[in-house]
Design a protein around this ligand. Structure first.
Ligand code: 5GP
Length: 189
């Protein structure tokens, strides 16, 4: 039997990844779709857990062989893509798949999975909040920080394309809200 697909998208810095990780802790039947990326690995990340870190050549060969359900050049020169094999693996085990993808990718995945998917947009109140959070995270140099903030400002306009919107002003409240949305959706036959 096929499971469901839960899509989380948000401007960078809105707290989406934290929310997705909390949902994975709280909802046992959820499994994370590990994306392929050409970005370099951050010190805390593990290949095959957070991402499959690929060379540009390996990524292109996956694009060409049709192994990616969707892919985006999320930042100039940096590719990210959803592997069909992740969805197959997770559904074959009787679980539901959760995606952490950018806004364009989220829209595409919703088109692919239709009513089998719940798409959730995580937002914050303002661009300034995003900048502060990205600065606090301290993973970006000035150039990539500015790139992420300007992309995020554009993405903030896209919430209308999603099934549900979660405002992340207080993280615990946002996680609880996300948890009940997802639990409701996966319990619908
Ligand atoms: P980060 O570099 O911070 O891990 O991710 C940057 C952005 O790329 C985030 O918005 C993340 O959700 C998105 N992303 C991660 N994997 C994928 C993917 O497979 N497809 C798309 N379209 N975006 C992705």
């Amino acid at each position: 039997m096929e499971g469901k697909a839960i899509i989380f998208s948000a401007p960078s810095g809105a707290g989406k990844t934290t929310i997705v990780h909390s949902l994975l802790d709280r909802i046992p039947s959820l499994r994370f779709s590990i994306s392929a990326t050409t970005r370099s690995k951050r010190p805390t990340e593990i290949d095959g857990r957070d991402y499959y870190f690929l060379s540009v050549e390996d990524f292109h060969s996956k694009q060409e062989s049709g192994e990616l359900l969707e892919w985006e050049e999320v930042y100039s020169g940096t590719f990210y893509g959803t592997l069909q094999s992740e969805v197959e693996r997770i559904w074959a085990d009787g679980n539901h798949v959760i995606f952490d993808v950018d806004v364009k990718g989220g829209k595409k995945l919703k088109q692919i999975f239709g009513g089998q998917a719940l798409s959730v947009f995580v937002k914050v109140k303002s661009e300034e909040v995003l900048r502060e959070r990205l600065q606090m995270r301290n993973t970006e140099d000035d150039e990539t920080l500015n790139m992420r903030v300007s992309k995020a400002a554009e993405e903030m306009k896209e919430e209308v394309h999603f099934d549900k919107v979660v405002l992340n002003e207080n993280l615990d409240v946002a996680i609880n809200e996300a948890e009940s949305l997802v639990k409701n959706f996966i319990s619908i036959k």
